[in-house]
Design a protein around this ligand. Structure first.
Ligand code: NAD
Ligand code: DAU
Length: 354
């Protein structure tokens, strides 16, 4: 069996669903259930004996060793993290606690467990750390996309904390021989994405008749990947990646934010027109920029294609249409994640922006 940490979050939940669609190998899903963790995203697994949920913090140095001893996983996929850049600007401490200290504690628990396996089990074991392209910093418009050799230049407390965790993971391979792999992926989008992030926020706000807040001039570029493609990349890296290596994962879909929002509005105009028949673009508002806002990310995903034969299956056009349709079809999920704490966050992040 495998362990998935952070499996009640956006990508982790998609990964668990995807894994159990492709395999019968059971998953123990370890999640602290922060504001971003949502067991409703896993509702279709109710009664499925291949999925076990364990409510735990990756940094718990008692519970995690107990879970490892009890279930004896052959691999761990570590998604658990604080993931939202804006929250890291407002309150960085949680990011240091989970992404740095939590990852360190998890690595220590795993090192102790792995050290007691027999030689064959040790050789077969995998620890895959899920990371981000943000560790590489920001690109100028004409610079080549990030390769795995690009130097680390994290610019936000979030990306700095992820960079620290990547370095810890790397060091556990170099120093202790722990069989690790790291993936650095670009912006994901798709079902179960929490509506604090750009694409789901725009869909949810548009349908609620609220403004669509674009930071700064909206010309910041991100490289978008449909979440199911990220899941297939991770499966492939666990299966065939070279130990100690990192793999960049991206969609070859660089787009400025303003274009993303226009695309979302055009799809909503088609699929759920406003009562007054005006376009949802009428709701676009430019607001004060994010502090330290990275201008451009772009992933060079040739290594994973060349060495492991992975390529994204979805284009942005097909992926974004599926995503908008999913939000229209899952209004109950959307309503249930907009709790009091979500509304508090919206107030914290947007009320002070002119
Ligand atoms: P998310 O915020 O939606 O989910 C994170 C999950 O981790 C939640 O279920 C939360 O409850 C859980 N969690 C948080 N702290 C924990 C702890 N201490 N112990 C156990 N569980 C904990 O995040 P996401 O967007 O699904 O991202 C998952 C991973 O992928 C993160 O490591 C992130 O850095 C990375 N990543 C995300 C993207 C993206 O576009 N979303 C892109 C590249 C990499
Ligand atoms: O690049 C990978 C990263 O992508 C992941 O590591 C992060 O976990 C993930 O959250 C994401 O980070 P971003 O900061 O790029 O994602 P976000 O959806 O928050 O913002 C995307 C872009 O949209 C960014 O340039 C900021 C802008 N934006 C965002 C929000 C929430 C707006 O213009 N308005 C908004 O209201």
């Amino acid at each position: 069996m495998i362990f998935v940490t952070g499996g009640a979050g956006f990508i982790g939940a998609n990964f668990v669903l995807d894994w159990l669609q492709e395999h019968d190998e059971p998953v123990v899903n370890i999640d602290k259930l922060t504001y971003a963790g949502n067991l409703e995203s896993l509702a279709t697994l109710k009664g499925d004996s291949r999925h076990t949920f364990a409510h735990a913090d990756i940094g718990d140095t008692v519970l995690i060793p107990e879970l490892l001893a009890k279930y004896q996983p052959r691999a761990i996929i570590n998604f658990a993290a604080e993931s939202h850049v804006d929250r890291s600007i407002h309150s960085p401490e949680d990011f240091i606690q989970t992404n740095v200290v939590g990852t360190f504690n998890l690595l220590e628990s795993v090192r102790a467990y792995w050290g007691k396996l027999d030689e064959q089990e040790k050789a077969d074991f995998r620890f895959l750390h899920v990371s981000t392209d943000e560790v590489y910093g920001s690109l100028a418009k004409d610079e080549p996309a990030f390769t795995e050799l690009h130097q680390y230049e994290p610019n936000s407390p979030y990306s700095a904390s992820k960079a620290a965790s990547d370095h810890l993971v790397r060091s556990y391979h170099h120093t202790y021989g722990l069989p690790v792999l790291t993936t650095n992926c670009s912006n994901n989008y798709g079902p179960y994405h929490f509506p604090e992030k750009l694409i789901p926020l725009m869909i949810v706000n548009a349908l609620a008749g609220k403004s669509l807040p674009i930071y700064g001039d909206g010309q910041q570029i991100r490289d978008w990947l449909y979440v199911k493609d990220h899941c297939s990349a991770i499966r492939r890296v666990v299966e065939a990646g070279t130990l100690g290596e990192t793999y960049n994962v991206g969609g070859w879909n660089e787009k400025p934010n303003i274009e993303i929002v226009h695309t979302v509005c055009a799809l909503l105009d088609e699929l759920r027109p406003r009562d007054d028949k005006k376009s949802y673009t009428e709701q676009i508002t430019f607001v004060t920029d994010r502090l330290g806002h990275d201008r451009r990310y772009a992933i060079d995903a040739r290594k994973i294609e060349r060495e492991l034969g992975w390529k994204p299956a979805e284009t942005f056009d097909t992926g974004i249409r599926k995503t908008v349709q999913w939000y229209l079809d899952n209004q109950e999920w959307v309503a249930n994640v907009q709790s009091g704490s979500y509304r508090d966050w919206v107030e914290t992040n947007y009320a002070g922006r002119s």
